[in-house]
Design a protein around this ligand. Structure first.
Ligand SMILES: NC(=O)c1ccc[n+]([C@@H]2O[C@H](COP(=O)([O-])OP(=O)(O)OC[C@H]3O[C@@H](n4cnc5c(N)ncnc54)[C@H](OP(=O)(O)O)[C@@H]3O)[C@@H](O)[C@H]2O)c1
Length: 266
């Protein structure tokens, strides 16, 4: 299978690195890329051995999968240069663009085009993205499998109905920012009580990593796990009570509401 990347910035770069390393490796010789200046594409070529193309035609021609890694507002700028080849060769088109629906993409690339929409998150850089995917009416089971194979190289993949992409973006796309704040707040508290910042950050981040693993692997409800940490009359219940008094849960729900509300207004 041959893959074309249009745009080789932060997210496309993370995906390309994921594809050419680790399990189920794709040969870099099967990856063709073009960006606006080709500076980022050349850097990736030096690092990973992918092919750089000087024009859109060379990039897209002969590829089974075309991955659009440009910012959402650039899609309409690129579309006229690649639409005809896409209509002729019928590759699977994958868009990473936040907020751009499959209907919008069909208007740009043809109603009969096979289109998948993917929402990865920033943790793709360390191979730990949580990516939401959906296909339009033209995609087959095999196409969705292809999308899963690509995005599994940068983390986990969840099929999600397109009308739930807004919620998904809040829970999986924006939530890393919330988690980073939580980790930093824990570390800052550690500093307040005498740890160095780097020591406190490492402890806090690993503790959050372990807690996420516990939720995923233990099959226990998060509140059952909270109960397991809280000994009667102990120290942890004091902290949990303090968080509840200060509306910790409803603050997080309000933050998700705020992301979704803004997403609906764009
Ligand atoms: N970053 C994230 O955490 C994240 C998360 C979810 C979804 N996404 C989505 O992923 C997409 C890319 O985001 P990003 O953060 O990777 O952006 P980015 O780092 O700014 O990369 C954008 C890329 O688009 C290229 N480009 C711009 N105009 C072009 C044109 N006319 N023809 C070809 N290439 C062009 C740029 O080329 P040069 O390198 O030559 O300038 C650059 O390589 C966006 O649609 C975004 O919504 C990103």
């Amino acid at each position: 299978m041959k893959y074309c990347f249009i745009g080789t910035g932060n997210m496309a770069g993370a995906i390309i690195r994921g594809m050419v390393s680790g399990k189920n490796t794709v040969s870099p010789k099967d990856i063709f890329a073009i960006s606006k200046t080709n500076i980022s594409a050349k850097k990736l070529a030096d690092e990973c051995g992918i092919n750089i193309c000087e024009n859109y035609n060379d990039a897209v021609s002969g590829c089974d999968v075309v991955i659009l890694g440009v910012k959402p507002h650039i899609l309409a700028e690129v579309a006229p240069f690649i639409k005809d080849i896409i209509l002729k060769e019928k590759p699977l088109v994958i868009s990473l663009a936040a907020g751009k629906t499959t209907e919008y993409l069909e208007n740009l690339f043809g109603e009969e085009t096979k289109i998948a929409r993917v929402m990865p998150n920033i943790n793709a850089v360390v191979g730990s993205s949580v990516s939401g995917i959906c296909g339009n009416k033209n995609t087959t089971k095999e196409d969705i499998e292809t999308v899963k194979e690509i995005f599994k190289t940068i983390g986990s993949v969840t099929e999600i109905a397109e009308d739930k992409f807004g919620v998904f973006s809040a829970i999986a796309g924006a939530s890393p920012a919330f988690a980073y704040i939580y980790i930093d707040s824990l570390a800052r508290a550690g500093v307040k009580h005498g740890l160095t910042k780097s020591q406190a950050l490492e402890i806090a981040a690993n503790s959050v990593l372990g807690s996420a693993k516990m939720v995923i692997e233990s099959d226990e409800h998060p509140w059952a796990l909270v109960d397991r940490v809280c000994s009667p009359g102990g120290t942890t219940i004091e902290g949990v009570s303090s968080l509840l008094k200060d509306s910790f849960e409803s603050s997080i729900i309000s933050a998700v509401d705020a992301v979704i509300e803004k997403d609906n207004r764009i």
